[in-house]
Design a protein around this ligand. Structure first.
Ligand code: ADP
Ligand code: MG
Length: 492
């Protein structure tokens, strides 16, 4: 059963003591559906309410209550399936997955097993080195989330909060098509971007609204798939990379010591940066799935699907292609911008009516650089797209140089305000008055007779003079005027 072909390109193999190994990864991503109400009840899905404030009789599983499917959750799953270029199943079935846990009052989770709402699809993923891979989607199914057990608020009791109980989740299962921690991270990043663009999941990993079970195995190149371990509930992209790397290394160590990998469920501990066993296959649950007798099979027609397809927003791949074709951006820059919907929106607002490449450079280098240094996301940027646009206008009009523009950006970042007014108030306007520049040029030449004598033989020295004049003018002299004046005065 070698259904997963080897991809052994640059940097994809891990070196063991006895030779190379290939890592194989498949993900089961749980994405909380964006909806006002839960999957089978009218209770609110709002985050952060008082414990047990959003719990209907259905969510608390009181006897005799019946689940009623929320049509918006179905629409969200179909939209997501379309965004994953996947087969939409017009008929699917809800099953009971039976297990006992204090935060699961029904004693079973309503899920989809053999007949999910969405079948096979694909996600195209761009890697940092420019390579593009295609990752297969096995299925997407709808299921209920469980509640939360709280063990640290009472000396002798555990408490249960059912606010999350019954909230709709989409479980998105990838094929074992990923070959490195980098690929797994890029895949989840892309998937998150698709979901957020569709508006079907907010992608908030800190709140646990997007989390992944990570299946990892290793094999020698060309061999069949190895036995996998599943790392549960990884809730950050950085941890995902660390968990894969640690787990692959651990498995290679076991194999090279002559051991066998036990199929088991493990947990990633980010503090110690390691995975630890949780349960083995022998202790695994027998869920005794069966179709939920309270729910009819879920059926809708192609017209319902077509209607949703017609109103989908522009997805990241299409937006990236448009940025390249329409704005002349490089594929790399376009990719960086579409990774987050907010970044792409911000860029488009700045680029509107302006030079798009300059706009992309400023957004990617200055703005992202600054945001990263402070660990801020674009939605928290102190400089708005209108403010950055105004800075670019000032450069384009020759009012300030690119260098002064960076200072203006800093001032607006720290203090806010209209960039044009900032330039005016602080006297940052570029000096284009040649008389004023000429006086500085003359002074610098007079102060440096030895260098002025050398420059005829070494024209590269001109740069030194330009630098001195710019410095003396506080960066405000028009660089082109400086250049021309210096050339004329130095006889170049
Ligand atoms: P199960 O239903 O028992 O969890 P699945 O076949 O649904 O098993 O696989 C679950 C996940 O494990 C999928 O994402 C799949 O891609 C991944 N997977 C399956 N086999 C392997 C393997 N040998 N190595 C890594 N991942 C795997
Ligand atoms: Mg599974």
């Amino acid at each position: 059963m070698n259904q997963a072909p080897a991809r052994t390109g640059r940097g994809k193999l891990l070196k063991g003591a006895t030779g190379d190994f290939e890592v194989v990864i498949g993900l089961e991503v749980h994405a909380q559906v964006t909806s006002n109400a839960k999957l089978f009840s009218g209770a609110s899905t709002a985050f952060g309410g008082e414990p047990n404030a959003h719990v209907s009789l259905v969510d608390a599983a009181l006897p005799g209550m019946l689940p009623v499917i929320n049509e918006e959750c179905i629409a969200q799953a179909v939209r997501t399936g379309l965004g994953l270029k996947a087969k939409i199943n017009l008929r699917s079935v809800f099953d009971r997955k039976n297990y006992f846990y204090p935060d699961l009052p029904q004693g079973y989770q309503i899920s989809q097993y053999k007949q999910p709402i969405v079948g096979e699809g694909t996600v195209t993923v761009d890697l940092p080195d420019g390579e593009q891979i295609s990752v297969g989607i096995e299925r997407l199914h709808l299921e209920q989330d469980a509640g939360k057990s709280i063990h640290d608020q009472h000396a002798s009791m555990s408490l249960v909060d059912l606010n999350r109980s019954g909230v709709a989740l989409m479980e998105i299962v990838s094929k074992p098509d990923l070959r490195s921690a980098e690929e797994a991270k890029a895949f989840v990043t892309k998937l998150r971007s698709i979901l957020r663009t569709l508006g079907t999941c907010d992608g908030d990993m800190e709140k646990g609204n997007l989390r992944a079970d990570v299946n990892v195995s290793v094999r020698r190149p060309g061999e069949d798939l190895g036995t996998r371990c599943e790392i549960k509930n990884v809730n950050s992209i950085r941890f995902l990379g660390q968990a894969v790397d640690y787990e692959a290394r651990r498995q290679i160590g076991v194999i090279e010591d002559g051991g066998m990998i036990q199929q088991e469920t493990r947990l990633f501990d980010p503090v110690r940066n390691e995975t630890r066993p949780m349960r083995t296959k022998e202790e695994a649950h027998d869920y005794r799935y069966f179709p939920d007798p309270d729910l009819l099979p879920l059926e809708f027609d192609q017209a319902f699907v077509d209607g949703l397809a017609a109103s989908l927003p522009e997805l990241p791949d299409a937006r990236k292609a448009r940025f390249v074709a329409e704005h002349g951006l490089s594929a790399y820059d376009a990719d960086v911008l579409v990774a987050e919907k907010e970044s792409a929106d911000y860029f488009e607002a700045v680029a509107k009516g302006r030079d798009a490449k300059t706009a992309a450079n400023w957004v990617i280098n200055e703005l992202f650089g600054r945001l990263n240094r402070e660990g801020k996301g674009i939605e928290a940027s102190p400089v708005s797209s209108a403010q950055l646009g105004a800075v670019l206008d000032l450069i384009a009009e020759g009012v300030i140089s690119g260098k002064i523009a960076k200072d203006v950006f800093e001032i607006v970042w720290a203090e806010g305000g209209d960039p044009r007014a900032v330039v005016e108030a602080r006297g940052l306007k570029q000096v284009t008055d040649t008389g004023a520049i000429e006086a500085i040029v003359d002074r610098i030449i007079a102060d440096n007779p030895a260098k002025a004598a050398e420059v005829a033989a070494k024209p590269a020295m001109l740069g030194w003079f330009v630098g001195q004049v710019m410095k003396a003018s506080g960066g405000k002299a028009n660089p082109q005027a400086v250049n021309e004046l210096l050339k004329a005065k130095l006889g170049l």
